[in-house]
Design a protein around this ligand. Structure first.
Ligand SMILES: *Cc1c(COP(=O)(O)O)cnc(C)c1O
Length: 384
């Protein structure tokens, strides 16, 4: 270290992050037990204790995803790493890849698949809209793709896409169905087996109330058969699911050094969910969502997505006329320390994205948020 660098380090204040209420789309609030798990001593990544922790996580994930015969594993990387793993392993160069495109994350899926050399076909809709069973089925029948992908909970719009018809049509066409469950897992029902999903990926920092850093995945027996039968290796070595599955589930031979502390954190977060009961957790989120919507509607604000297609844990509220959404967000962050997000792409300046999930999803917190939100909007010139 040079003299200059040393002086800088000595003059830096101790790490003291501000306390925030994370009412955004993620990262969401971390459960206190998860913070405790993060401070436990690490062991080696091939230590029998760590292998046991990985096994526990896989087992707990089965309940969280809702799968009995699917394989579960964890990618060392955020939700986008899970997305890239799904694309790099199941979409072969030249293969036809059908995407239901109605928001930012389906565009990211499209971009990744193009980089893998796939032949991408898109069914496009506006941001906040969803696909009906009939039109989804018709699209897949017409295109006859090898792989289909949709975003279950589209965080950029607040819309929830039902997956059953998409997965059934994909199977009829002999295709695999990939579902982006990054925002839905742990917050709203994913029901992997019942929906018929073949490949699902998620993240730790949204519905699971953990810090960002890992991407849990589930794969159906059909998906595992596809992997085994694949003769050309995936173009991504780090995200090669055959190698990762072998490391995490079969031989436990070194592939990469798993982030031990994050696995502890995820194990604890999944334990917290299991103790509450996943159905009870969904119901708590639904209850808080009803209270939230009632509160914003009482302020004469409108929700962006029709009631039947809303994500219970992530609300998109239309920005009222005359209010500058960036200023309102800054005021919320500066004064009560509340983080929410704005819209982007076609929804830039048009919506607030407000998450009510995990430990924040209580009636008291919803009322606290609504009170502060109302004060902020009034201060920004909105008269109710
Ligand atoms: C957040 C998110 C991602 C990306 O996850 P990162 O953890 O930010 O990499 C992908 N898809 C959806 C639907 C998301 O909400």
């Amino acid at each position: 270290m040079s003299a200059i660098e040393q002086t800088t380090a000595l003059h830096l204040p101790a790490l003291q992050p501000p306390r925030r209420y994370l009412f955004g789309p993620g990262p969401s609030m971390v459960h206190p037990r998860v913070y405790e798990a993060l401070s436990k001593p690490i062991v080696g990544h091939l230590d029998p204790y760590f292998i046991q922790v990985m096994g526990d996580v896989q087992q707990l994930l089965k309940t969280t995803f809702g799968t009995s015969d699917g394989a579960t594993l964890v990618i060392s990387g955020t939700g986008s790493a899970g997305m890239e793993a799904a694309v790099a392993n199941f979409v072969e160069p030249g293969a036809k890849f059908a995407v239901f495109a109605n928001g930012y994350f389906s565009d990211r899926l499209t971009e990744m698949a193009k980089r893998q050399g796939a032949n991408v076909v898109r069914f496009e809709k506006g941001w906040g809209e969803t696909f009906t069973d009939d039109e989804a089925t018709e699209f897949i029948r017409r295109e006859k793709p090898k792989v289909v992908a949709y975003v279950h909970a589209e965080t950029s719009t607040g819309a929830l896409q039902a997956g059953r018809a998409i997965c059934a049509a994909a199977h009829d066409a002999g295709a695999l169905a990939i579902a982006d469950c990054v925002t839905s897992l742990g917050g709203v029902p994913v029901e992997f087996d019942r929906t018929g999903i073949d490949v699902a990926y998620s993240c730790t920092q949204k519905g699971l109330s953990c810090p960002p850093g890992l991407s849990p995945m589930a794969m159906s027996p059909r998906a595992m058969d596809f992997l085994r039968a694949r003769t050309t290796p995936s173009r991504s070595w780090y995200l090669d699911l055959k190698l990762i599955h072998d490391y995490s589930t079969v031989s436990h031979r070194y592939h990469h050094t798993a982030p031990i502390s994050m696995f502890y954190a995820l194990r604890e977060a999944l334990m917290v969910i299991a103790e509450e009961g996943i159905e009870n957790r969904w119901e708590r989120h639904r209850r808080c969502n009803r209270a939230f919507v009632k509160g914003v509607e009482a302020m004469s604000l409108r929700m962006h997505v029709p009631e039947a297609h809303r994500i219970a844990t992530l609300n998109t509220v239309c920005v009222p006329q005359g209010v500058d959404e960036a200023k309102a967000r800054k005021r919320l962050l500066d004064e009560p320390g509340i983080e929410i997000a704005g819209g982007f792409g076609p929804l830039a300046g048009k919506v607030f994205r407000i998450g009510v999930m995990g430990p924040l999803a209580t009636e008291d917190n919803v009322q606290f948020f609504l009170k502060e939100f109302k004060k902020t909007l009034s201060a920004e010139g909105y008269s109710i």
